[in-house]
Design a protein. Structure first.
Length: 74
């Protein structure tokens, strides 16, 4: 079993966390909508160094990465 860690973003609650590569579910909302990279292919490794309340954009394509999906109810 691998213990490699990657930054993943939950597409539902919008939070970034460090996960093991095999992790499938968000630790905050339980959704299985974890993404390990932006739609443009840029890995989220840069995101863990930024404050959680700051606006965050993909440095490659400019997509806004903060915020919750309309599915989030928590």
């Amino acid at each position: 079993m691998s213990t490699d860690h990657v930054a993943k973003r939950c597409a539902v609650c919008g939070r970034f966390r460090s996960y093991e590569t095999e992790d499938l579910f968000c630790v905050l909302c339980g959704s299985d909508a974890l993404e390990s990279e932006c739609a443009c292919g840029r890995a989220f490794d840069f995101s863990l160094e930024e404050p959680e309340d700051a606006d965050l954009y993909c440095p490659r394509c400019g997509r806004s990465l903060r915020g919750r999906s309309d599915e989030f109810t928590g």
